[in-house]
Design a protein around this ligand. Structure first.
Ligand code: FE
Ligand code: FE
Length: 167
């Protein structure tokens, strides 16, 4: 790690890559719990599908680490730790309640939005740094995160929110 005064965009890029690498691996462990916790089979299926996609996200990040020629090593991300912790809290506090799925969706969307902001930034920085292949990889994952977020919104609006409101 160079002295502070010498740190540049590529250093920022690498540190942020490590952050999201940690986040993806954390989510790889959290998503099966969400899938198991959900009441609706559709929501379980959505979480399982995204768990599988998340394996791909980890692999793409490993490819980006290779492109920058550095070791794939995560760096603790307190933001995703907090988001996952809040999700666990909802799972516990709303267990067997009609509002459970709406709560799980909201927790998962917090994670997706975190990933979207990280991948959006990384993609932009990769463009600035002229790393065409990294841009492609980051953009593929970004698209899957956005699609997942939209699918969760749909599940909330078509079912979970209604169930949560019904007495
Ligand atoms: Fe992801
Ligand atoms: Fe995701």
């Amino acid at each position: 790690m160079p002295a502070k005064a010498e740190k540049k965009l590529e250093d920022l890029f690498y540190e942020t890559l490590r952050d999201v690498y940690y986040a993806e691996r954390k989510l790889l462990k959290a998503l099966p719990k969400l899938a198991k916790g959900a009441e609706s089979p559709d929501l379980t299926a959505a979480f399982e599908k995204h768990r599988d996609e998340t394996e791909g996200h980890v692999e793409r990040l490993q490819q980006v680490f290779e492109i920058v020629g550095k070791r794939a090593q995560g760096k603790t991300c307190p933001a995703i730790d907090g988001i996952v912790e809040e999700g666990e809290e909802i799972m516990e506090d709303f267990k067997s309640s009609p509002a459970l799925d709406a709560g799980l969706i909201s927790a998962a969307q917090a994670a997706e939005h975190y990933e979207i902001t990280r991948y959006g930034t990384l993609k932009r920085w990769a463009q600035e740094l002229g790393m065409t292949d990294a841009v492609k990889l980051l953009d593929q994952t970004l698209a899957e995160e956005k699609k997942t977020d939209e699918a969760l919104t749909k599940l909330a609006e078509t079912a979970a929110n209604q169930r949560a409101k019904a007495a």
